[in-house]
Ligand binder design. Structure first.
Ligand code: 5GP
Length: 196
């Protein structure tokens, strides 16, 4: 498929601050020509989350129907809940000269790479695991059991960093956002070489 747009994947361990970084990028979406891919999930909404903004919240049954109808670019089970990227919007954006941003977990990023090997993959690195644990606790939305599971998964997930094009440490949000913006700008300036 010949696409004009740029597919950008922001991934990394849960609790690393991907969501915060992506929200900040979206405050400048117009300037960056950026569209956000809203995922579908079976997890319950957290306080303040809005249907169609953070996620499309669906039952497990509805989600399984969407899988059966091939409606996902990728989907993954994460800590007991299903998450998926709807295909339709991604294709629509890529037909235009725009960037579609997917904020997804590491299993999902692997699957997206199989379909879009020329996408740009950014791994968000936590400054330290202590900080990651503090963030997960600070959010106050998950039980101790879920936090322990997410931390154990994060340690394992760090092994995947070499499959990515860029690593951005989320030490200071402002600095990390500037780094991602620079990557987007640079990737739009890249000369696309055809292999001979
Ligand atoms: P949370 O429940 O904290 O919103 O998200 C849990 C994890 O699922 C995060 O790492 C988040 O990036 C990831 N996630 C969100 N949407 C998707 C998706 O569509 N596909 C995949 N594979 N992961 C997702």
């Amino acid at each position: 498929m010949e696409d004009k747009g740029l597919l950008l994947v922001v991934s990394g361990p849960a609790g690393v601050g991907k969501g915060t970084l992506c929200k900040r990028l979206f405050s400048q979406a117009e300037k960056l020509n950026l569209e956000y891919s809203v995922s579908v999930t079976t997890r319950s909404p957290r306080p303040g989350e809005i249907e169609g903004k953070e996620y499309y919240f669906r039952t497990r049954e509805e989600f399984l129907d969407m899988i059966a109808n091939n409606e996902f670019l990728e989907w993954a089970e994460f800590c007991g809940n299903l998450y998926g990227t709807p295909l339709f919007h991604v294709h629509n954006v890529l037909k235009q000269d725009k960037t579609i941003l997917l904020e997804i977990d590491i299993q999902g990023a692997k699957l997206v790479k199989e379909v879009f090997p020329h996408g740009v993959f950014i791994f968000i690195v936590p400054p330290t695991f202590t900080e990651l644990a503090d963030r997960l606790h600070g959010r106050g939305t998950e039980s101790e059991e879920v936090i322990a599971l997410r931390l154990a998964q994060a340690v394992e997930e760090m092994q995947n960093i070499n499959d990515y094009d860029y690593a951005v440490e989320n030490d200071e949000v402002d600095v990390a956002v500037e780094k991602i913006k620079s990557i987007i700008i640079a990737e739009h300036c890249r000369i696309k070489k055809t292999s001979s």
